[in-house]
Design a protein. Structure first.
Lengths: 528, 376
């Protein structure tokens, strides 16, 4: 997030898109709802499903799946045409406006309406609503990113925010809501194929030399590595021989699971380190048990870049270790001593080689966390990014054309399917599905369908149905719901025994390598 | 007198715009007791525990809703105030199952009362929040026994039909904090005041069970409840506050990073509460953060390394497992190069775990093939 969670309550208009906030980030949703009910902020919701937040919205747009660039360009078309943009911000803080203007020129409300299914007048009204706010915050989540155009979608949101001067101010910002406790930290720490910790490129000679010195090793590779979605096909091709998987369950979370399973089976050697015997661990050659969050000291970095303490409360079963200690033990058996006295001393090393974490110590975050960048011991942290300038100087507008999703419906697969999460479960369910109460509230998977579609395909609420895509088939319960829009069904991906990802498309965004979980084509029939 | 000051118990205090008497007092460390007041919500002045004497006012004024006016002279513990608070407490204690033994030493009547309560509770202990109850604290503070009035039995049966929250109407004092927590703080709008007068009850929807209502089991109401009317089902009678060690940590579910307090007894997490006055969540949690902790102690947790042989796992010692992993990784790296290997680190584990994982991948396996499920 460019801004903080608390800052949401400062916004006059909140644009929520591709985020089922009340189910996926319930506590953040309360900040949104309070801004509306107590401060009179207005909610502009853009989501195909009738999610809970629709009840709180001033304006709700229901775009066809995968048409985000089109409606965003449509909003900007109106804002430029009606002269509602922030000229001072555009002039002093950005570049590339003319190219943006030329590109959005053809995205008239009528044209956008044809692509997105959103009525033209709603495009105009939404544009006026967003542009009319003194401070407008954008909250988005996987509904924006999990597309073959995910990067374009995010850049388009940034375009919109810059166009209206909504960056670097309280109540503004472009705010991705990150789905997992430490997904921010995993990125910050260099758990990515192209960067060391603090987003230092792996092909930057300066960064390589810093790391080699700090780690006492030589010969670090300067060739960017493979993303998870690229490792799977490489494993299938036999080029990737071994994997070491720590606390992840790709055999439920990856797209096109049937293919992913086949690919993992090609590996010569698979090590899985986890707290449970997950679907992925079952396929491993060696399984190493580790501590859960309540059994270790450390830090997580949240969605607002706040680095916070994790504290050990109980002893782990069987005296197992923290993940880093296990990894360090493997390293020392391979001739590199990576052992450390404590998690705190590992953190001190992180701070020493990571500019954005340099000023953070466990002492400083004992009570309240600090927002990175925090480059020095006396630096107060950075709750709001880009207040004075962008890291690259001027903010760059990207002129982006609309590209349709990778897969479309046809006679054989006539319905669109999108995936997501439920309030009562978390990711692949390895933790929440061990909790009786959560299972009682949400016992099994389902496919959510509109009443009209259920009638069209002669399906009844509560009956078991087969959902098939070009890649696989699952059996789930049919749930007729007014959340669903005609022509599109929704399936949660938590449930391994009816894994939505057997159906999803592994087509990737060319830049971010994110799969298009949010759009594929399916057919539904009664279960035999 | 200064234009911007008031006198509380003889202390001259500066007031800020729109402050209530309660806020001025609290800011200056003067304790005015409250029951219905909930931080972050709009004050209602319903319970009248916070009444104070304001000179020249015709009656006692609730400190939580009365704006501090320049020149006010306030007494927070005058005999009249104390007498009013005692009466309020007597009335609260006389209605329902307040079996916290604040009662006087009439053994016979307490025993009879306790036996009745036990039937309702289906348990043989004192109140489940004994020692963790604001009403009990005030009863002690003002030496109120709850026997001035004939006690009235509970009107509504306990609701236990959901997995997380026990609604014990016999201990509800209708302060409305849960209603505010639900409507003003979490804005889930699931519960409200229902019925009137002596039939009053906190209801969900049209007086349905929580499980059949709009309730999303965030449990904000439990944390707001000053008494034992709303209690975590699993923690009820399982632990008393003095038996548990409190450990503050960060939630391990979504990316909000809510600050949690784990209540630990005998190496077991017994319950979870939101850490008050801590950002980013200010004490709020969701159903997963508050109630989704039993996986920690699941019998399915892995506790020993496993090695697969002929398609089946067998348990192995750490030395054997780590040596095997190191040997195979070394062989594969040396035979095919580091780029034939890949590591998935995790969005669930700590920064320290992630940092060491990428250091290992780059420094030992000699590849940049490392990623995690940020995209998934």
């Amino acid at each position: 997030m460019t801004n903080t969670i608390a800052d949401i309550e400062e916004a006059d208009v909140i644009l929520v898109t591709g985020s089922n906030t009340t189910e996926n980030h319930p506590v953040i949703s309360s900040f949104v709802k309070r801004a509306i009910t107590r401060r009179g902020a207005k909610l502009l919701l853009v989501d195909p499903r009738r999610i809970k937040l629709a009840e709180f919205s001033d304006k709700w747009l229901r775009p066809n799946l995968g048409t985000d660039v089109a409606w965003l360009n449509g909003l900007m078309h109106v804002i430029i045409k009606e002269d509602l943009f922030d000229k001072t911000f555009v002039e002093t803080r950005t570049e590339g406006f003319e190219a943006l203007k030329a590109t959005v020129e053809k995205f008239t409300p009528e044209h956008v309406s044809e692509i997105t299914g959103i009525p033209a007048k709603d495009i105009v009204e939404a544009a006026r609503l967003y542009a009319g706010a003194k401070a407008a915050s954008i909250l988005y989540c996987m509904g924006i990113t999990q597309h073959t155009t995910g990067t374009d979608n995010v850049k388009s949101l940034a375009n919109l925010a810059m166009l209206c001067g909504n960056l670097g101010i309280r109540g503004g910002g472009v705010n991705p809501l990150r789905g997992q406790n430490n997904v921010q930290g995993a990125c910050d720490m260099g758990g990515l194929p192209n960067v060391f910790s603090g987003y230092q490129p792996v092909n930057d000679p300066g960064a390589i030399s810093t790391m080699e010195k700090a780690w006492g090793v030589k010969g670090l590779s300067d060739k960017p590595g493979l993303a998870v979605t690229e490792m799977v096909p490489k494993a299938h091709a036999g080029e990737l021989k071994a994997m070491y998987i720590i606390g992840e369950n790709p055999l439920v979370s990856d797209p096109d699971l049937n293919h992913a399973e086949d690919s993992f089976a090609h590996l010569d050697f698979l090590v899985v380190q986890d707290i449970f015997m997950t679907e992925t661990a079952k396929t491993a050659d060696v399984v190493l048990p580790s501590c859960c969050f309540a059994e270790k000291d450390g830090t997580f970095s949240n969605t607002e870049r706040r680095v916070q303490r994790v504290r050990k409360a109980v002893e782990p079963p069987g005296g197992v270790w923290e993940d880093w200690r296990i990894t360090a033990e493997i390293a020392s058996r391979m001739g590199v001593d990576m052992r450390a006295d404590s998690s705190e001393s590992v953190f001190a090393e992180i701070a020493s080689v990571t500019p954005s974490y340099r000023g953070i110590t466990w002492d400083r975050i004992d009570r309240d966390g600090l927002h990175w960048p925090c480059p020095a011991p006396d630096h107060p942290g950075t709750p709001i990014l880009h207040a004075e300038a962008f890291p690259i100087g001027k903010g760059k507008f990207f002129a982006i054309e609309y590209i349709p999703p990778a897969e479309s419906t046809d006679e054989e697969y006539p319905l669109y399917m999108t995936t997501g999460r439920l309030l009562y479960h978390y990711h692949t369910g390895s933790m929440t599905r061990k909790v009786d109460g959560l299972n009682e509230r949400s016992p099994e998977s389902f496919v959510e369908i509109s009443k009209a579609d259920a009638e069209k395909y002669a399906l009844k609420d509560g009956e078991r149905v087969k959902v098939a895509s070009r890649r696989g088939e699952i059996e789930v319960v049919l749930r007729v719901s007014d959340k669903a829009v005609d022509g599109t069904v929704f399936i949660p991906f938590h449930f391994a025994e009816a894994a939505a990802n057997r159906l999803t498309n592994a087509a990737l965004d060319p830049v971010s390598k994110i799969p298009e979980f949010k759009v594929c084509a399916v057919r539904i029939s009664k279960a035999a | 007198m200064d234009e911007n000051t008031i006198l509380i118990n003889g202390n001259r205090l500066t007031i800020q715009p729109e402050e209530t008497i309660l806020e001025v007092a609290r800011r200056n460390g003067i304790d005015i007791p409250t029951l219905c007041h909930l931080k972050g919500a709009i004050a209602t002045g319903a319970c009248r525990i916070c009444v104070v004497e304001v000179e020249k006012a015709r009656s006692l004024m609730p400190a939580c809703t009365t704006p501090a006016q320049p020149g006010m002279v306030v007494h927070t513990e005058s005999p009249e105030v104390v007498s009013s608070r005692r009466m309020t407490l007597e009335l609260l204690l006389s209605s329902g199952n307040h079996n916290c033994a604040v009662r006087k030493s009439d053994t016979g009547s307490f025993t009879a009362f306790q036996l009745e309560v036990q039937k309702y509770d289906n348990a043989d202990e004192l109140c489940p929040v004994w020692g963790d109850c604001e009403l009990q604290d005030l009863a002690y503070r003002y030496q109120v026994s709850g026997e001035a009035f004939e006690s009235t039995p509970p009107k509504y049966p306990m609701e236990t039909v959901n997995p997380f929250i026990v609604r014990d109407f016999s201990r509800c004092i209708l302060c409305g904090r849960c209603v505010q927590a639900c409507n003003d703080i979490q804005v889930n709008n699931a519960i409200s005041f229902g019925y009137r007068g002596s039939e009053a009850k906190i209801v969900a929807g049209g007086d349905r069970a929580l499980k059949d209502s709009d309730c999303v089991f965030c449990g904000e109401c439990i944390q707001a409840c000053p008494v034992g009317a709303l209690v975590e089902k699993d923690a009820r009678y399982a632990c008393r506050p003095w038996e548990t060690r409190k450990v503050r940590t960060t939630c391990s579910y979504c990316g909000v990073g809510c600050q949690l307090t784990l209540h630990v007894k005998d190496n077991k997490v017994m319950k979870v509460t939101g850490t008050e006055d801590a950002l980013p969540n200010n004490g709020s949690l969701c159903v997963k953060g508050r109630f989704g902790y039993s996986f920690i102690h699941s019998p399915e947790r892995l506790s020993t390394p496993m090695i697969k042989e002929n398609g089946a796992f067998r348990e192995a010692g750490w030395e054997e497992a780590l040596n095997l992993v190191a040997k195979r990784f070394t062989e594969i790296r040396d035979a095919h190069g580091g780029d034939a290997m890949g590591v998935l680190t995790s969005a669930r584990v700590t920064n320290e775990d992630n940092y060491v994982a990428q250091k290992f991948t780059r420094g030992v396996l000699k590849t940049n093939n490392i990623d995690h499920c940020a995209r998934l």
